[in-house]
Design a protein around this ligand. Sequence first.
Ligand code: C2E
Ligand code: CA
Ligand code: CA
Length: 740
Amino acid sequence: MLSSIGGSDSHAVFEAQGLDAGGLGVFRADVSGCLLAGNGHLAGWLLEQVEELPGRNLETLIVGFDAERWSSCWAELADGSSMAPFPALFRLGSGRLMPIEVRLAGLRFGSEVTEAFGLLIPIGDRLLEEGVHHVQRAVLEAIAVGRPFKAVMDLLCRRVEDLAPDVLCSVVAIDEAARLHPVAGPSLPEAYTKAVDGVPIGPCCGSCGTAAWRGEPVIVTDIATDPLWEIPRPVALAHGLAACWSTPFRMRGGRVAGTFALYYREPRSPDPFHQRMVDACVHLCAVAFEHEANQAEIRRLAFYDPLTGLPNRALLRDRVERALVRAEREKHALAMLFLDLDRLKPINDSLGHAAGDRILASVASRLASLLRESDTVARIGGDEFVIVLPDCDAAAAQLVADKLNEAMSQRVEIGGMSFTPSASIGISLFPADAQDFDTLLKNADMAMYQAKSDGRNCARFFLKSMNEAADRRLELEAALRQAITQNQLELYYQPKVHVDGSGLAGAEALLRWKHPRRGVVPPDQFIPLAEDCGLITAIDAWVLETACAQIATWDQAGIHVPSVAVNQSALRFTQNDVPTHVRETLAQHGLAPHRLTLELTERLLLGDHPETQRDLTTLRELGVRLSIDDFGTGYSSLSYLTRLPVHELKLDRSFVSDLEANPADRALAAAVIGIGHQFSLSVVAEGVETAGQHAILYAEGCVYAQGYYYSRPMAAAAFAEWASHSHLRQKIEGVLQYHT
Ligand code: C2E
Ligand code: CA
Ligand code: CA
C-alpha cells in the first residue's frame, strides 16, 4: 500500500536493510516477465536475499503487472528501445504497497530485444501529494459542475480507496436532531450502512457517533476490544470491520455537520499517509456539505412560499405534471381546487399587512392539516391557494371542498380582534375539464370566480359555459385596447351645482365608450375590466389630459367652469407618477391647479402605500382639489379624515335616492353634511333626481349637488350650451319656493 511510504513500517524495512529511501531497485527480466537478476535494494524491499530473486515473476512484485500487461510492454520495448516511465505500486515483503516509478529499456542482442532492463524509483511523497491533489481536484470539480451531493461524496470515497486500497471510506451526516445518516460508503457492506442510519450520536457510540459527540477525531485500533464500540460492535465485526478512525467536520456556524471515517479490515492504527488524506478529505467534506446546505436553501426559496412554507407555483406545476402522468396511466381522475380567501384586502388595508400575513399563515396550516400525504396544497398568489387531489372524482372533490369551507370558518384572533375567514373555491377535474396543468388551473380559477359572484364562501365546479364568458371578456378587452387608439372614448360632463341655486360650481367628467357595433358602453361595464387588465392607467391619463384640454377650450370660448373633476382609479397611483403628470398637463394648457379636481375612492386613500400618501400631499400642495368619491360606502372609520389632505366629500347616491321615504337615510345625509362642516370640507350630494331630494338637501345645509334632476351627463358641446343658459337658476328657485 501507498501508506508505507514515509510510514513507520517502511522506514523499518529500509533501516533493516541498510538502505535509504532514495535507493533504486534494479532488475533484468526475460520475455515472460521472470527476473534474471536484481540488486540488493530490490531484495531488501522483498525481505529476501539477492540470490533468491532470479525466477520471481514481475507479476508478483508490481500490482497489476500481469502477463498481458508485460507482453504489451515487451512489444513496445521490441519496437523502440525504451518507453516512458509510469507509476505503479510495489508489493513490499511486509505486505504493504510502495509507490514507485517504473522505467524500462530493452537490451538488444543483435537486432533483437532479448532482455528488459528495469529501474524502480520509490516516489512516495511525490505520489502522495499528487494523489491528494487529484482527489481534491476531482471533488471540487464535481461540486462545481453541480453533480448531486451523494454522488460527490461517493466519488471522494472511491478516489481515496483507489489511493489507499486497504481502507474503506465513509461519510456520515449529522442531522439537527443529532442522528447519524450515512451519505456515502461505497465499499462498506450495505447492511452495515443501514444499521448506522438514524443512530443518535453519543459519548460511547462507535467511532463516528463518539467523534461527532466530542467534536474531535476518534481512533479505534481494535473494534473487538475498544469500549467505545460496545453497542455497535457485533454489527461491525459481523461485517469484517476491525478498526475505524473517524474525524468530525463542521459547518461555517461551528455545528458538527458530519464525520469522515476510514475503516480497516484488520486491527491497526492509521498511517501518516492516511493522516494526510484525512486532513484533505475533511476539508473537502466541509466544502461539499456547505455547498449542499446552500443549494438546499436555494431550492427551498425557489420552490416554497416563505410566508406559509407551502409549495409555490413552480413546485405545484411539477407535482401536478407528475400526478397527471400517473392518473393517465392508471386511468383515474384528479381534482384541482382553486381556493381564494374572501375579503383579505380590507383586512390588509385597515389592519396592515402583518395582520393579513397572520391570517394567511393560519389558513395555510389549516389546509395542510386537513389533507392527506398524497395531496398537495400550494400558495400561488397573495390570497390564492391550490389543492391537488390525486385519484379524486367530482363527488369526493365536493366533500373535500365542504370540509375546507367548514375548517376555514373557525375564528382567527389577531391583535385582540377576531376574524372568521371564508373562501371561494373553484374545482376543475382531470380528464373531464382539462388534460394539462395550465388549463386545469385556468378552469379552476374561472370556477372560483363563479363561486365569488355566487356570494362567496362556497365551491363551484368548472362548466364549459364559463369559458365562453371568459372568451367574451377577452374579446371585450381586445376591443377596449383598440378603443384608446381608435378614438372611441369620449368624455361627458355632468354639472355640479350650488344647491341654493346660485349657479354652476363645476363639472364631473364621465367616460363613454362609443363602440362601433355595441353602441355606447357604460363605464360600469368596462372600468372594472380595464382595472383588471391594467388598461385603466392609460385610460385615466387620457381622461385627465382630455378634461384639461376641455377646460382650456371652454375658457377661450368664454364659458367658465370653475373646476372639472376627473375620476382616477386607485391603481394609477401605485403605478404612475400622478403629481408630475398633473403638473405637466396643467402647465401645457396654462391652467391654475384649482381648476382640476381629482375624485378618489376611499380604497385608495386608506391603502398603506407610503408613496400614495406622499403623492396626495404633493398634489394638495400644488393646489389641485381632492375629493372623496362615493363617501359612506367604504370603510366606516372616519378618523382618516383628520389625516388626509382632501377638500371635498361626495355623498354616495345610495343615501340620496331614498331621502324622502327613509328617515334613517336623511339622518345619515345630515350626519355627513355635519362632518363636512366640522372638517371644513365641501359636501356634494350625488344622484339627486327629484325636487323633493333637492329640497331636503337644501334644508340640511348641503351646499353642492349633482344629479339627473339638474342634468344628465352631456357631451362637451351640449354642456357648453347648458352652462350658458340661466334655466338652472329659474328651476331651482321655483322648487325652493314650492317647498318652503
Ligand atoms: P361615479 O364616479 O360615482 O359617477 C357618478 C355616476 O352616477 C355616473 O355614472 C353618473 O352618470 C351617474 N349619475 C349621475 N347623476 C345620477 C342620477 O341622478 N341618478 C342616477 N341613477 N345616476 C346618476 P357613469 O357615468 O355610468 O359612471 C359610473 C362609474 O364609472 C363612475 O361612478 C365612476 O366610478 C366610473 N367612471 C366613470 N368615468 C370614469 C373615468 O374616467 N375613470 C375612472 N377610473 N372611472 C370612471
Ligand atoms: Ca365620481
Ligand atoms: Ca360617486
